[in-house]
Structures are given as structure tokens and as C-alpha cells.
Design a protein around this ligand. Structure first.
Ligand code: DGI
Ligand code: FE
Ligand code: FE
Ligand code: FE
Length: 187
């Protein structure tokens, strides 16, 4: 799909703030895709649509997770996780994108999983380090991203897991699976 058309579609789904974030993810993912050997056009498309479902009503997302066979265990965890798998579903259904690599990158962009492709990792990391992000520790992850996709993601996951733990929140098991896989592969 044409980039401007895709951006126009997603803009209607998002707040201005989230749209600016999306444009940052788009630019960063194309650079990371080039650097780490993922398909740049697929990275661009996945980035544009990665937060497509971010502002869907929680009840609507809950019903879709139940009715469409998405992992029901998601419902026991933070509802922030839901927009990723629901987004993959709705981007296919409402936007008509059927590329499974693009849809998977959207599906796994929040939780991660233990079988992340390079494209999935590129979107995951770009979402964390895009230029408009300003949380503590992001500069270190940006530096690591210059030398290693996996090392940068490990640090991002450590930051996210610690952040959630400090707020006394549960961690979705796929996030630990993603983290463990990357750490074990570093040895
Ligand atoms: O949608 P964005 O804000 O751009 O970013 P995202 O899709 O990565 O969502 C991140 C939020 O999800 C962040 O505030 C942490 C929260 N979250 C809640 N539970 C979990 C979780 N993130 C992960 N990775 N794992 C969790 O179990
Ligand atoms: Fe998101
Ligand atoms: Fe993220
Ligand atoms: Fe995002």
C-alpha cells in the first residue's frame, strides 16, 4: 500500500500524540530494517499500523479476543497488551493487509514472543526507541541499537519488566519467553 494512503487510514484511528509516535516508529523501523536486514517496505507498513487498535474500546477488544480465538490468557493480564493482537486482526479485516509477516510484527509488538523474526524485532525496538520517546534508559537502548538488535532489545525488556514490577503488575509470560530466549542466545 502507498505510504501516504496508509498514514491517512491510521491517522483517523489515533490521537495526534499517537500519530506522531507512529511516524517516529515508521522512520526508525525503516532505518533498523536497513541496518539489520529486514524488508524495509514491510517494516514501514507494520510500523504505520502497529498501534492501529490502541484506542479501541476495551469491551470491543475483549469480545474480539474471546470470539476470534486469540490467546484468552491475555484477558487476565494488563489490557495494554490487547491492542497488539487485536490490531493484527483488525488491520487484516478492516484495512485488507494480508501479509502474515507484517501482521505478526503488529501482533507481537507489545508482548514479544519466543519466536520473533528480524522484522518483529525491528518493530519491537523501533516502538521503544523512536525519537519522540523520552523515558528513563531510552538513551542507553538507542546506543545499544547501533551495535546489536538483540542487546538493545534485552535492555528494553529489562527496563519494561522492572517498570511493571515496580508498579506491582504481572508480567505476561511471552515477555519473559522473549527475554529468556535473547539472553540465553547471548551466551
Ligand atoms: O502502544 P505503545 O504505548 O506505543 O507501546 P507498547 O505497545 O509496547 O505498550 C507498552 C505498554 O504495555 C507499556 O506501558 C507496558 C505495558 N505492558 C503491560 N503489561 C505488559 C506490558 N508490556 C510487556 N512487554 N509485557 C507485559 O506483560
Ligand atoms: Fe503499541
Ligand atoms: Fe513496545
Ligand atoms: Fe507504539
Amino acid at each position: 500500500m502507498d505510504r501516504q494512503k496508509a498514514l491517512n487510514i491510521v491517522k483517523e484511528q489515533l490521537t495526534d500524540h499517537r500519530y506522531i509516535h507512529t511516524c517516529g516508529v515508521m522512520e526508525t523501523s525503516v532505518l533498523l530494517a536497513r541496518q539489520y536486514g529486514a524488508d524495509e517496505k514491510k517494516a514501514e507498513t507494520a510500523a504505520i499500523f502497529h498501534d492501529y487498535a490502541k484506542f479501541r474500546d476495551k469491551d470491543e477488544m475483549k469480545k474480539l479476543i474471546e470470539a476470534e480465538g486469540l490467546s484468552k490468557d491475555l484477558l487476565e493480564y494488563n489490557s495494554e497488551l490487547w491492542h497488539a493482537p487485536v490490531g493484527a486482526l483488525l488491520v487484516e479485516r478492516e484495512v485488507g493487509i494480508h501479509d502474515m509477516q507484517v501482521l505478526d510484527a503488529i501482533r507481537f509488538h507489545t508482548s514479544g514472543s519466543d519466536h520473533m523474526s528480524t522484522l518483529d524485532k525491528v518493530i519491537y525496538l523501533a516502538d521503544y526507541i523512536e525519537p519522540n520517546r523520552q523515558f528513563p534508559g531510552v538513551e542507553e537502548v538507542r546506543r545499544l541499537a547501533e551495535e546489536s538488535l538483540d542487546k538493545a532489545i534485552i535492555k528494553a525488556l529489562q527496563n519494561t519488566i522492572l517498570f511493571l514490577m515496580k508498579k506491582n503488575q504481572a508480567i505476561y509470560p511471552d515477555t519473559f519467553r522473549f527475554y529468556n530466549k535473547l539472553v540465553l542466545e547471548q551466551r
